[in-house]
Design a protein around this ligand. Structure first.
Ligand SMILES: O=C(CO)[C@H](O)[C@H](O)COP(=O)(O)O
Length: 220
């Protein structure tokens, strides 16, 4: 199983975005988490395609794009053409989840499906074999800096057991309130891709990223 830290730029200083991304890259991260919010599926509005395209020119980090938008199928090709390597859509935001997953894969992107905290893992029963990653939200999506919701650890364990039962080593990503305190517990439950916003970008970015990376490697 490979383990990745995916720093969420939602918590970065947008005035110094390029410089801050360089720091996480130099610290040893390989992924970058890009949160797109539409003000409908989630209360907040973040950033979109032009920012992604601009970052893609400056970094070789794997662009892990999390679409917190209603009916995300409308934008699959656009995000792919602007630099997304992974597109994650919310099961709750798709009327035709199966079709949207197929659309992402046909576009040549890796396909992820996200679940809000209150959505059970069982809603993915019939599509688990077709996705590259499941994102278990460990806060209610929409804002950075929230507290990890403890019952989500159990969801990760249930999902990892189900993947094991099917003989799949599909990635499980967790997002929200991931810190040096919460990472070990959720890693042990079966998560292998860790999104961290505040825990990376607030304070000393290089030190924060290295600490999380070391902890991740130590616990793995
Ligand atoms: O998807 C998100 C919010 O919807 C963010 O990626 C997530 O909340 C990360 O922020 P933090 O690590 O500060 O909790």
């Amino acid at each position: 199983m490979k383990y990745e830290l995916s720093p969420s730029i939602l918590a970065a200083d947008f005035n110094r975005l390029g410089e801050q991304i360089k720091k996480v890259e130099e610290a040893g991260t390989r992924w970058l988490h890009f949160d797109v919010m539409d003000g409908i599926f989630v209360p907040s509005i973040s950033f979109g395609m032009p920012v992604l395209a601009s970052l893609k020119k400056e970094t070789s980090l794997f662009m892990d794009v999390h679409l917190m938008i209603t009916d995300p199928g409308r934008y699959v090709d656009t995000f792919m053409n602007n630099g997304a390597d992974m597109l994650t859509v919310h099961a709750e935001a798709c009327t035709h989840l199966d079709r949207t997953i197929a659309q992402i894969k046909e576009a040549g992107c890796r396909a992820g499906v996200a679940l809000n905290p209150a959505t059970p893992v069982s809603v993915l029963e019939h599509v688990l074999d077709t996705v590259d990653m499941v994102l278990i939200m460990t806060v209610n999506p929409g804002f950075g800096g929230q507290k990890y919701i403890p019952y989500c650890t159990r969801k990760v364990a249930v999902l990892r057991n189900e993947f094991d039962r099917r003989g799949l080593d599909t990635d499980i990503q967790v997002d929200g309130g991931i810190t040096t305190d919460t990472l070990p517990e959720v890693l042990k439950a079966g998560a292998n891709i860790f999104v961290a916003g505040s825990a990376v970008f607030k304070g000393d970015i290089t030190k924060n990223a290295k600490e999380l990376l070391e902890l991740m490697e130590h616990e793995a």
